[in-house]
Design a protein around this ligand. Sequence first.
Ligand SMILES: NC(=O)c1ccc[n+]([C@@H]2O[C@H](COP(=O)([O-])OP(=O)(O)OC[C@H]3O[C@@H](n4cnc5c(N)ncnc54)[C@H](O)[C@@H]3O)[C@@H](O)[C@H]2O)c1
Length: 271
Amino acid sequence: MNKTKIKVAVVTGGGHGIGRALCRRLAKAGATVVVADIDIAAATAVAGEIGGIAKAVDVGNEHAVAGLVEEIEQAYGPIDMFISNAGVGFGDGKSGAISAEGGMNPVDDRWEPCWKVNVMAHVYAARALVPRMLERGGGHLVNVASAAGLLSQIGDAAYTVTKHAAVAFAESLAIEYGDAGVVVSVVCPQAVATRMIGIEDDSDSMEGGFRGNDVDGIMTPEAVADIIVDQALGGRFLILTHPEVTTYVQRKASDHDRWIKGMQRFRKQIS
Ligand SMILES: NC(=O)c1ccc[n+]([C@@H]2O[C@H](COP(=O)([O-])OP(=O)(O)OC[C@H]3O[C@@H](n4cnc5c(N)ncnc54)[C@H](O)[C@@H]3O)[C@@H](O)[C@H]2O)c1
């Protein structure tokens, strides 16, 4: 069942970027907002600003996610909206899509954190919340994937694959529980001005930051957060913050082989 008023919301990865903008937007709408992040300093700063609650959590740890849900519901009541927003991407390593080494931020194996944070975190949140939401007749699960989950992120195979999996998991959830009251949304943005694409929080130059909108299709986290909250409350499943993604997805679906050829050309252009 769609909730028009969100009393309690949890946003993972709420300390920075899109998550931070989501926290601000939900607080402005009157919700009690839990800012959950592995970066507790950032979560504390956001919670302080919006009058919310900061929680340190690694969303790749099922025990931590289940504990967070239990603790918040005990203290503040039912979670009306849980936004699984935390996400990671490391870029392909030196040998490209088949490599095992880390890319931009070297990690021993970049696939494992991508699976844990981009996919399993959504599973853990759903495991903790679906039975509760079914029992009380409703609630929103909002899973932030990426346009890379519908198309492809050139230069990051692990990100692309795990974001596809996140979209597929949201589809499974919506098919199974959607008509029993659990409102599932999956968000597939293109570029958003955050640290993930090399733009620091609150900086205002194009080198270190970005305050405008729609420059080269890059959107602000605030604009994206508004669309996410409005469309999730409206009960929308697929939230496309960047309108051009619809066209790209249609092109891919209408001729997959042609789309691959186009992506090969695009890869050459940008490399
Ligand atoms: N920025 C973009 O261009 C873009 C485009 C499409 C999708 N997305 C997705 O949007 C979401 C938010 O990304 P962002 O752009 O705001 O990036 P960001 O790096 O600014 O924020 C990500 C947040 O997630 C937190 N986080 C990372 N690992 C965590 C973990 N294990 N447990 C808890 N918190 C963790 C980080 O501390 C950070 O606060 C991600 O899922 C990302 O994949 C971003």
